[in-house]
Each structure stands twice: as structure tokens, then as C-alpha cells.
Design a protein around this ligand. Sequence first.
Ligand code: GLA
Length: 390
Amino acid sequence: MADLQALKERFIELYGNDGAGELHVFHAPGRVNLIGEHTDYNGGYVFPAALTFGTTMLIRKRSDGQVGFASTNFPLHKHISITNVAFDPADEWMNYPKGIIAELQQRGIAVSGYDILFSGAIPNGSGLSSSASIEVVTAFGLLTMEGQPTDKVEIALLSQKVENEFIGVKCGIMDQFAVANGKQDHAILLMCDTLEYKHVPFESGAYKLVIGNTNKKRGLVDSAYNERRAQCEQAVKDLQAQFPELTLLGQLSLEQFNEYRHLIKDETVRKRAKHVVEEIDRVLQSMRVLEQGDLAAFGKLMIASHDSLRDLYEVTGLELDVMVEEALKVQGVLGSRMTGAGFGGCTVSLVHEESVAVFIEQVGQAYKERTGLTADFYVCDIGDGVKELA
Ligand code: GLA
């Protein structure tokens, strides 16, 4: 996180020192998903964790119905009227907080004027949920400032709605949920159909989670993400011949799927569905082995998850595959997989603490040789969800 004192000084530089109210600071993390990929919009399980870095928001009330937006990451800085928060492509990143304001207004919550400065520590387009982070910190910050209830499940749903309808990205609930509800040293087992969840202590002993950023940019909107969603819906339609009540693939057991998967006519669609049903089962297996402290078994499930995302769901690509392949060559690595939507972005690996330095060096070098790209690595601690900073 950027130095808070420096951020406060930047805020004063931008907006002056004679603001109407007190300056408040909020923070929402990014997230990494440990296992359970492309299962959220299928009503399955996911197992994400919040990071210790994310988006910081400094906010102070003003009384003229204007909202000032600025970011330490981008040059765009302007004031708009609180009554004019329609989507505008020229407003770039500002559309995220504008979308949150628009959604709050739709719900009958009057939002007054504010000066706002964001500072993001999540590399954009890295698949670590920079967009969910700015959405959730804005929603939580504004609701707090307005004296409204800040139910974190509601905030996740509201933020997902903004992403789906205002921004136009048809993501599931995982990112916003993890960013809102994260807890230090815990991952979140979330059932995406019912939103039942529990915080599971992530006790990795001598092992560290290491995130590898391929620095291959991925765009959710342009990518095959929506196509995958449509294929899952097609699989449900075909399976309704046997299960008329079925609405989501996550409602099927592995056994039911295996018995009736021949009903899915298209071979590609059948592959997609197989990934989803097996991946959900892998999340449940992960819970069992982690409860027994069997990290090696969890590592194997991570590898199986990546293989399935590569071969059945086909959302990995050269960069992610190379990075995982090279990771698994390093001694002391129990598992490695892509995390997030895929098509670029990041991997997550479970690495013995004594191997972390070698891992970063060796994987970084081989990755560069094979792809021409320079990777970044973050040794990752699990942090809290959205909150106000004292
Ligand atoms: C992106 C989406 C999530 C989820 C993952 C894949 O991160 O925003 O909703 O679908 O991809 O697991």
C-alpha cells in the first residue's frame, strides 16, 4: 500500500485544505483464487483469499453536489455533478466509482458531494481483481460516509451488478465477494449459488503462496469469457432432458454428470462442463486434505486444476502454461496453477519458504527465455477484506 502520509499530502495538493469535513481512508484488497476456477457463474464452489495489497480511497465531503475523482495511477482528474454519473467511455477508470454511485442512487440512497483520491497497488489487467477492489472500496466508503449499513455480502452483490450492467463485464460473484469478505490468514470457501460461506484458516506452515504475474494482459470483455459462460448454459440446456429442474451445472454431482454427460451434444461444450463439475469436486477435496494438513495433496489438486483449465476449459495460453511448467520444475514446489479468468494474468504456486528465492530466479529466467516477457513475483500474505483505516 502506498505511504498514507504521502497520499494525504497528495489529496491536499489536489483538493486544498479547506474542505467541509474530515478526511477518511478506506482500503479494499485484491484477491487470489486458490482453487475453483470458472465455477462461480456455474453456482459452484470457489476458494479465494484476499491479498494484503489493493486499492486505497481517501474521501472528504464537500457541500456543492460535485464529486472530484483523482488517482495516483492515472492522469485523469475531474469533477462531475453527482446527478450526472452515466457511463462515459472518456471517463476511463472513473466509470467504476461512477457506476457505484449510480447504483446507490437507484437504490434510493442519496449520495452527497465528495472529493476522492484513489491509489491502486494491484497491477491492472493482472487478474488480481483491481476492478472489484475499486468497486468494493467505493461502495463501502460511500455507504460508511452516508451513515448507511455496510453489509459486506450486499456490497459484493451491488459491486458485481455494477460490473455486469454498468461496465458490461459478465463476471461471477467471486472477486467482489473475496475483496469484501476476506480475512487475514484465511481463505474463503464460498458456495456461489447460495452465497453460504466460511472462513477457512489457511495454514501453509513452511510453504508460501507465490503469485507470478505473466504480464500478458488479459481483457475480460474481449476475451472468450462470455463464450465459456454461454457454453456452460448450453450444457445445462442439454442436460435438462434428464434433469428438467437443472439451472446451473454446479447443481449436478460428479456421478450424475458422468452418467448423463452423453446428453451434451457438442464435444467442446461437453469438455467445458466436465471441467466445471470436476473443478467443483476438486474444491471439496481440497477442504478435506487441507483439514488434514496435507499440503502435498492440495498441491496435486492445484496441478490438476491447471491441467483441466488448459485441456478442457482452454483458458490458459502459452504464458500461463510456461510459467506453471517452469514452476513445477523447481524443488520445493507442491503445486502451481493459473488463477482468475485466465488468458494471461497470474499464476499461484505453493513454494517451500527455503525455495522462494530460487523459484523467483529460475522461473523468471526460464519464462523470459521461452516467452520474451518479464514476469513479476509477489510472495503473498492473506489480508483482510474491505475496511476503514484508522
Ligand atoms: C474472473 C471473474 C470471476 C470468475 C473468474 C474465473 O475473475 O471475474 O467471476 O469467473 O474469472 O474463476
